[in-house]
Design a binder for this molecule. Structure first.
Ligand code: GTP
Ligand code: MG
Length: 191
């Protein structure tokens, strides 16, 4: 039997030992161990489970777009992460089209870089204006810093209020801090 017949019990990806950059990668040495046990976690899921560490993964555009278009038909809450230092550059073109009528909340990240005296309400008001100019009307705007767990109370409350009823999608363009945020959430929830 070839390794193509095995799936990761974490993410469902087909287990493969050829390309560490692709979904389902498991080093050949660990593959042998998995064969003994009869079950496999890919390296990415293994690290997520045991080290609370999220590895980036390159996926083909079409797979990503297909996944994105599922959101509109799911019971979803979308958290759109923005970099408050590059708001215009953080906007996802066509977001409203992808998410349909699903509730969405904006998380303005990297608030730690602003002076300590900065008033959150003023930043929220400013963000709201830019979003409205771009046809985006989030249910709420939350500010915080993915680097600093203690700034995430409001976001955690939002997640906890929704997680039992709907899937939560954290979306954002590159470099806004999604991985940092998810790693922080994993650290908070202990995996
Ligand atoms: N100052 C500050 N920097 C942050 C914060 N969150 C993320 N960063 C930095 O922003 C950069 C991008 O963060 P990532 O978490 O890799 O961003 P990402 O959205 O996962 O990026 P891609 O995986 O490329 O899509 C890194 O250098 C982080 O250290 C934050 O709250 N404050
Ligand atoms: Mg990332």
């Amino acid at each position: 039997m070839t390794e193509e017949h095995y799936q990761c019990i974490g993410c469902g990806a087909t287990i493969q030992s050829q390309d560490p950059g692709q979904a389902g990668y498991l080093p050949a040495s660990a593959l042998a161990k998995g064969l003994e046990k009869g079950q496999f976690y890919c390296q990415r899921c293994f690290k997520l489970r045991h080290y609370n560490e999220l590895q980036d993964l390159q996926i083909p555009d079409q797979v990503f777009l297909d996944k994105l278009s599922e959101i509109a038909h799911d019971d979803a809450l979308i958290i759109n992460v923005l970099d408050i230092f590059d708001v215009e550059g953080s906007l996802i073109h066509g977001l409203a089209r992808f998410i349909g009528n699903q509730p969405f909340v904006v998380f303005g990240n990297k608030f730690d870089l602003l002076p300590k005296v900065t008033r959150q309400n003023r930043v929220k008001h400013w963000l709201k204006g830019i979003l409205a100019d771009n046809g985006l009307f989030p249910q709420d705007i939350i500010l915080g810093s993915a680097h600093k767990g203690h700034t995430l109370t409001e976001l955690l409350e939002l997640i906890e209020d929704n997680i039992h009823d709907r899937n939560i999608y954290i979306v954002g363009v590159t470099n806004v801090g999604k991985s940092t945020l998810i790693n922080q959430l994993l650290a908070h929830y202990g995996g």
